[in-house]
Design a binder for this molecule. Structure first.
Ligand code: SF4
Ligand code: SF4
Length: 370
């Protein structure tokens, strides 16, 4: 039986590899289980392909123990797509009705509200920003993200404070009924639901020339993943840090009070490894901070996941939190550091893992210095 025909070659490469990426996988490092290494997950699928292992619930549950963080890919000579293979396996499991309970529950709730938080997010958004920012005729739309609308409304208001200081009056808050790209539907293997959702989001966003996404995973979904599943989205898509970078390069930002404390920058997986954006946040931080910007020992292409990727906070919350704590341990070792990121998932994971750590969003930090 070959469930994963299109991935057969990749699965074989891993199976016969001396586990070159073994040390990098945050999940395997957290659980110390060989079946949770990139090699382990792929080898199990190799046995499924060869008919030596049934594609059963136990195998399926193992495919959900991946953050889709792509860190293994950094160390893979053959650039094997382990997370992509896990997503294909999850989709196959959903099709065969082998669906973990948490995934089923997530699906039911998501389909009711078109987002993961169980509320009408457009109404909530209307309570956050003034009416004047919902300009139906605007050519540039700001996609706030469900994570920011629900957990970090201040990031949205801070973004428009920054725009105002830069004289940007042509960006409107996106007024669509759907305020979520559907990232989690995709990573949970809910492919059919994801495609329908993506089409609806794309229909609502087509009116813009440019979409500025606040959340890097949204930016990735809108820019690349939608196309891969056959959903065309005409507007150019930029993450907020990419949109703001030229203003800093051209010294157009009126910084009044540089941030006085030492900061350390966390590269979100989807901003870094998926979108390839490493310089923009660093350039911005250098401009707004008095002290030199600190780096994690695992940074840029090597950045360690916050534990929030791949739907793992839903399917494996304890492992997820363990990974967040591991990442934070480096910040806690040196006193007085402020952790800065630009992703509502990373920020939420870190704040939940240790509420004592000073976690800031990049755009909110810019707003504070103006
Ligand atoms: S992802 Fe690459 S390095 Fe890791 S086990 Fe597979 S082939 Fe080896
Ligand atoms: S994508 Fe991340 S979590 Fe998944 S196997 Fe690779 S390193 Fe591990």
């Amino acid at each position: 039986m070959s469930i994963f025909k299109t991935r057969r070659k990749e699965i074989e490469y891993c199976t016969f590899c001396p586990k070159m990426c073994r040390f990098s996988c945050p999940v395997a490092n957290a659980t110390a289980r060989e079946t949770h290494t990139p090699w382990g997950r792929m080898t199990i699928l190799h046995f499924v392909n060869d008919g030596k292992q049934e594609f059963n619930r136990e195998v399926v549950v193992n495919t959900y123990k991946c953050l889709t963080c792509m860190l293994c890919n950094t160390y893979c000579e053959h650039k094997i797509d382990v997370p992509g293979t896990m997503l294909d396996a999850r989709a196959a499991a959903v099709q065969m009705q082998i669906i973990p309970r948490e995934v089923q529950e997530y699906r039911t709730s998501f389909l009711e509200h078109n987002n993961p938080v169980g509320e009408d997010l457009l109404s909530r958004l209307r309570g956050i920003v003034p009416k004047s920012l919902f300009n139906a005729g605007a050519q540039v739309g700001y996609f706030a993200s469900c994570g920011n609308i629900y957990n970090y409304p201040n990031v949205i208001t801070d973004t428009f404070k920054v725009f105002e200081a830069l004289g940007i009056d042509y960006v409107a808050v996106h007024d669509g009924q759907i305020q979520c790209s559907g990232y989690t539907l995709n990573v949970l293997g809910l492919t059919k639901d994801y495609k329908l959702h993506a089409q609806r989001v794309a229909d609502e966003l087509q009116k813009y020339k440019t979409v500025i996404a606040a959340d890097p995973s949204d930016a990735y979904e809108l820019k690349f993943r939608y196309k891969e599943i056959g959903v065309d989205l005409a507007p150019q898509v930029l993450h907020i840090s990419e949109f703001l970078m030229p203003f800093f390069e051209q010294n157009k930002v009126p910084i009044k009070t540089p941030f006085p404390k030492k900061v350390i920058w966390h590269d979100p997986c989807y901003l870094g490894r998926y979108l390839g954006v490493y310089e923009a946040p660093r350039l911005i931080l250098q401009a707004i901070c008095r002290e030199p910007v600190g780096e994690f020992s695992w940074n840029r292409e090597d950045s360690y996941c916050c534990g929030g990727g791949g739907g793992m906070p839903i399917t494996n919350p304890e492992i997820s939190m363990q990974i967040a704590r591991h990442r934070l341990s480096e910040v806690l070792e040196s006193e007085g550091k402020t952790l800065v990121s630009n992703c509502p998932t990373c920020e939420r994971m870190f704040q939940k893992a240790d509420p004592q750590v000073d976690v800031r969003d990049l755009v909110s930090l810019i707003a504070r210095t103006l």
